[in-house]
Design a protein around this ligand. Structure first.
Ligand code: ADP
Ligand code: MG
Length: 559
């Protein structure tokens, strides 16, 4: 048996690794399974060029087995295996990646799925184990070897008996300490859920012996436990499938499986991009507002996968705030990850993907609006507010993206209309887009200020949401038409054109108006005869920037 020390640098690196690179201990399983998957990929690639090797997909698998009594966890694969040199070079030298070398040697630039690249993932096993044993037999090799290490002290290596090609990794799970409990890593249900979470889309079966229950033979109500080998992962990620192979139910099931929401998605968006940056994405527009949507607890973001392996639960950078309701995932082979594979090294790729996704969401919403109006309105009832906030925030920088998605209740149709629909049917002599603010549609219906505009046959948009008027202020215009509150003094309508100047009525009633002004002093600026009223005797109007409704909101806001 040979005993070797890790190099000094490696020793320090290893300590650092074990203690600080990863934020969660559970990812060791993701790393070991990824390595196993890489090892099977390698044998597959080798078989492509090696006549003597045959790759029969069905005989390749990864197996995870926990032994509670002995407190061990074993990960077995039928991959390419490691020679003695491989064990020394790839496991004995930290930050040396045999997988990266394999990719380079075999010039696997496109369409490959090998995950490894940093040469550190393996050591994450020491976060949960005191001793790690690797038994491996390389393809085409006569002898197998056993490599064993307790972490920082170095490793031993010796010939070993193993019949089949492949690798077995045995972790002696740490004893519990006062701060940390490690029991979960030999717990069947827990291991299953870790596999599901991170490695669900590994392309080879991940098997586990699972305790199941069945009716005792000959009995009608007595059950017995038995061991059953199950495949834990779903293997083929839905996002790698062809859109034409997938039915709406497939997407709905995926939405449920992933716990994106309790509702049914209103719409799914499946994106496959094969350009300067390659990625697949499946996005969902939920039907209902998540219960915590408008609370502080709500976190926006999409799941981020690198080559089918989960890297981030909620990557916030992929979604702008105004589309924060979108759920789903992105998978890309082209991400440069940092060493822990938890963070991205360069956000250039991510920015590109985010930009792309953003455009796609917008266009899909527009298509929904155009082709499935009812569904769009349902969406808008839930998330329209978020779009309006999106326009208002950041000083209106996103208005171009969002303005076509807005809808407001209209006086004419008594239903939601878009700004485009409004402008398209404006009579020629109408200069402005008119709106009226109020607590509810019913209240606005009764507003005296709307009378003249309505009489002219002009449509009025009803603003009942607090954010409406603020958002419109950011827009300023739509298709070069300015927005105008029905309560502003200058409505741009002929009948009241002279209203700003003094009219004969003003002079005739001067005494009365002066008396009213005096009585209401500090509350109104002026009292004038109006031409805009029909059935109401009096109304307020404003000539400043801020309408009465906005003023109410501003006053109610905490300072
Ligand atoms: P990475 O996967 O980033 O290369 P790791 O530390 O996870 O780094 O693994 C180091 C190297 O050890 C791998 O690149 C691979 O060459 C080798 N290796 C690890 N696990 C296995 C395995 N199950 N089968 C074959 N080779 C393996
Ligand atoms: Mg690895």
């Amino acid at each position: 048996m040979e005993k070797k020390q890790f190099q000094a640098e490696s020793k320090r690196l290893l300590e650092m690794m074990i203690n600080s690179i990863y934020s969660q201990k559970e990812i060791f399983l993701r790393e070991l399974i990824s390595n196993a998957s890489d090892a099977i990929d390698k044998i597959y690639y080798k078989a492509l060029t090696d006549e003597a090797l045959r790759f029969d997909k069905d005989s390749y698998y990864i197996k995870v087995a926990a032994d509670k009594e002995n407190r061990t966890l074993k990960i077995t694969d039928t991959g390419i295996g490691m020679t003695k040199e491989d064990l020394e070079n790839n496991l004995g030298i930290i930050a040396k990646s045999g997988s990266l070398a394999f990719k380079n040697e075999n010039e696997l630039k496109d369409g490959h799925d090998i995950i490894g690249q940093f040469g550190v993932g393996f050591y994450s096993a020491f976060m949960v184990a005191d001793v790690v044993t690797v038994i491996s037999k390389a393809v085409g090799s006569e002898t197998a070897y056993k490599w064993e290490s307790t972490g920082t002290e170095g490793y031993t290596i010796e010939p070993y008996e193993k019949d089949t090609v492949g690798t077995e990794i045995i972790l002696k799970i740490k004893e519990n300490t006062e701060e940390e409990n490690y029991d979960e890593y030999v717990e069947e249900y827990r291991l299953k859920s870790i596999i599901k979470k991170y490695s669900d889309f590994i392309r080879y079966p991940i098997k586990m012996d699972v305790t199941a229950s069945r009716l005792k033979e000959g009995s009608e109500n007595e059950y017995e436990d038995y061991e059953e080998e199950q495949i834990i992962n779903s293997m083929v990620p839905i996002w790698r499938k062809n859109k034409s192979e997938l039915a709406p139910e497939d997407y709905e099931n995926f939405y449920k499986e992933k716990h994106y929401g309790f509702d049914k998605p209103l719409k799914h968006i499946h994106i496959s991009v094969d350009g300067t940056i390659r990625y697949n994405a499946i996005l969902f527009i939920p039907e209902k507002i998540p219960f915590d949507y408008y609370s502080k607890e709500f976190e926006k973001g999409l799941e981020l996968y690198s080559n089918g392996v989960l890297i981030m639960d909620k990557c916030a950078d992929l979604l702008p705030d105004y589309f924060s309701f979108v759920k789903g995932m992105v998978d890309s082979e082209d991400l440069s990850l940092n060493i822990s594979r938890e963070i991205l090294q360069h956000d250039r790729q991510l920015k590109l993907i985010a930009k792309n996704i953003n455009k796609k969401i917008k266009s899909e919403l527009q298509i929904l609006l155009k082709n499935e109006r009812e569904k769009y309105e349902e969406f808008y009832q839930s998330f329209g507010r978020q779009l309006k906030f999106g326009i208002y925030n950041d000083f209106g920088t996103h208005k171009e993206v969002l303005q076509d998605l807005l809808m407001f209740y209209s006086s004419k149709e008594k239903k939601l209309v878009t700004l485009d629909e409004y402008v398209e049917r404006m009579p020629e002599d109408q200069k402005y887009i008119y709106y009226a603010s109020g607590e509810s549609n019913e209240r606005i219906d009764k507003l005296p200020q709307t009378e003249l505009v309505a009489e002219k046959g002009y449509e009025i948009l009803y603003f009942t949401d607090e954010v409406d008027e603020f958002a419109i202020r950011m827009l300023m215009t739509y298709k070069e038409k300015e927005f105008k509150s029905v309560s502003s003094a200058d409505l741009g309508i002929e009948a009241e054109e002279s209203e700003n100047n003094s009219s004969p009525e003003d002079t005739e009633n001067k005494d009365l108006f002066d008396y009213m002004k005096e009585t209401l002093s500090g509350k109104v600026k002026d009292v004038r005869a109006s031409k805009r009223l029909r059935s109401h005797p009096v109304c307020f109007s404003t000539d400043g920037e801020v309408t009465i409704e906005m003023e109410k909101i501003l006053k109610a806001m905490p300072n």
